[in-house]
Design a protein around this ligand. Structure first.
Ligand code: ZN
Ligand code: ZN
Length: 238
């Protein structure tokens, strides 16, 4: 499990939709200490006796969690059958990391809560087989929206969040030909719309809108299967 901002009851409900229970969770990885990512971690870990993993900097912010273990954010480590590569990212937290998961010659990247694109992000996300990517806001909607000025500046800043155009810029710098799934996530309910995300991303990478997944905050996302033998652009442009 990566992050958890939900109550125990809500988490159980969401896992049940995926055919899982709390005892199935091997570990909870925490990307950073913001409440939407860590708010539910301590109680869920305690309830089901789950180890929690975070960078040393994030760990210092959540050190009340008894089962906390820290990883070196410059080193890959093994957990639950995955090789996990932490990716340090520019975001306004203590030592925020996103993750690359590798198994069976497949590579899955998770990249949310980043204010700007770094060469390091481009290097490590290259040639993913699946990618979960933040499309947090549409610039016009944010500028004309209800957020106070200080919050607008924070979100748009280099340590805030990716907007739709930045997400597209990142995709254009990556090789997306191997992608079996592109999941667009951390989409603001106030400053973005699923339609805008689908329109702009599908146009930019020339794929069908229906091929993309946008995570709905209520519905979440069902399982996606990655296959090892598809190594061409046949899924993206199918
Ligand atoms: Zn967040
Ligand atoms: Zn955050």
């Amino acid at each position: 499990m990566v992050d958890n901002g939900f109550s125990i009851k809500e988490t159980d409900k969401r896992l049940e939709r995926l055919g899982l229970v709390g005892n199935d969770i091997t570990a909870i990885l925490v990307t950073h200490e913001h409440n939407d990512h860590v708010g539910g971690v301590a109680r869920y870990a305690r309830r089901y006796d789950i180890p929690v993993w975070a960078s040393h900097g994030t760990g210092a912010m959540i050190k009340e969690i008894k089962s906390l273990q820290c990883f070196n954010s410059h080193k890959t480590f093994n957990l639950g059958g995955f090789l996990i590569e932490p990716v340090l990212v520019p975001h306004d937290a203590r030592e925020p990391t996103q993750f690359i998961f590798k198994a069976n010659d497949l590579k899955f990247g998770v990249m949310t809560d980043v204010g700007s694109i770094t060469q390091h992000m481009v290097d490590v996300l290259m040639d993913c087989d699946a990618l979960l990517l933040e499309c947090n806001y549409d610039r016009e909607m944010l500028l004309n929206g209800v957020y106070p000025e200080s919050l607008k500046r924070r979100v748009m800043g280099d340590w805030g969040h990716l907007d739709n155009r930045q997400a597209i810029e990142l995709l254009e710098r990556l090789n997306v030909d191997n992608l079996q799934y592109l999941v667009l996530a951390h989409v603001s309910e106030k400053n973005n719309s699923h339609d805008l995300v689908l329109d702009s991303v599908s146009r930019a990478i020339q794929c069908d809108r229906a091929w993309l997944d946008v995570i709905d905050q209520e519905q979440g996302l069902a399982w996606r299967n990655l296959t090892t033998n598809i190594k061409s652009n046949e899924t993206l442009h199918a």
